[in-house]
Design a protein around this ligand. Sequence first.
Ligand code: NDP
Ligand code: HSE
Length: 438
Amino acid sequence: MKPINVGLLGLGTVGGGTLTVLRRNQEEITRRAGRQIRVTHAAVRNVERAHGRYAAEGLVITDDPALVVNNPDIDIVVELIGGISPAKELVLAAIANGKHVVTANKALIAKHGNEIFARAQAKGVMVAFEAAVAGGIPIIKAIREGLSANRIEWLAGIINGTCNFILSRMRDEGRAFDDVLKEAQAKGYAEADPTFDIEGIDAAHKITIMSAIAFGVPMQFDAAHIEGISKLDSTDIRYAEQLGYRIKLLGITKRHETGIELRVHPTLIPAKRLIANVEGVMNAVLVKGDAVGATLYYGAGAGAEPTASSVVADLVDVTRLHTADPNHRVPHLAFQPDQLADLEVLPMEEVVTAYYLRMRALDKPGVLAEVTRILADLDISIDALIQREPEEGENKADVVMLTHLARERAVNAAIERIEALGSIEGKVTRIRMEALNG
Ligand code: NDP
Ligand code: HSE
């Protein structure tokens, strides 16, 4: 059978990895796909540099991406440029030209996926995005196809390799945040703008995508609650350890009758959970289905070849289904397009979870009683409490409390009242906790 022709937009970390894997494993990939997957064109900004790295007979390297998306001989366009523009215009042009699209661009899918899928549906082409979530873990396929018998209840994941790499190195090696971030950038893990990683935006893109395919709802990125790790204090990492917890940046989505939770924030997880022991650039996603129970998916969350593994898997899928009736393909969002639910994202104040609270309190009788009174008045019960001895010559000490389940609205009110006490110095640190026990 004649080869399927692929045009790459971008030959950076992921584009380069994709070309390498396709070349190295060409024979096995062809046996799986049923025909050869051949990269004929690649668009970059710096043609000379790309030539030096990837030139081969039959590969045209250009700095004009329009030559790729408008080329009538190209069947599949692989978008690995990143960002919104020109990626979005190029993807829409490829779709308009009747080409299938494979992308690793979670920002694009989370923010414009609804429009892109509608255009692809109308045109009868596929848009595949396995590499957009959790790098090399085939999590999109698992949720969309492997778990299709289930009513999915919730999903929680370590889905930003850069942040997990930073948190692991800070904890294990005592290294400074900026130093580890530089290493993650040098290894090709971080986004072009690393604030997307450390402020939780990248994880929010990914949890938005997983939420959509888990619950059959449209992408609702703008409604996600997002907190990153840039304000995380190493003191809290240490206290968490002493209490038997690890702090991880988690993306969490849960389904309720009235709506869905969609949130990203640093989270205390019991250290004995498997997911709490996921270190470095590795990612892991826990999915709870009503039939299967809790399932856990683990693997490299970023990097050239792990991400290429997902891109190439999509290329194989698209190649196999290229000639199939569009109505017989797997729907982009797992559910048939006319069967999406209109469950909205619940306000953060409605979320019910447990909390870690740290405050700096005057070391005198009655202070703890004032704090616990506020919590009791708001129906927040305490699960554990530690009070440090004040340092030599100090009259203030750290108090750390873990609460049982409480509503975020009540915890916000409690924090406001505690911070107003004369015996409490500065702000109360609040970190949410998840048991993740399925
Ligand atoms: P890189 O910055 O390494 O590569 C981007 C590539 O796109 C480069 O080859 C660049 O050209 C090219 N490019 C940028 N702008 C244009 C343009 N206007 N026209 C033509 N080419 C252009 O990014 P990554 O490979 O790291 O990321 C690509 C995508 O994959 C992003 O969406 C990212 O979020 C996603 N992703 C990345 C992962 C990773 O581990 N890095 C993991 C999972 C997803 P030039 O080389 O000339 O500069
Ligand atoms: N910057 C992303 C991360 C790349 O660190 O997880 C993978 O999506």
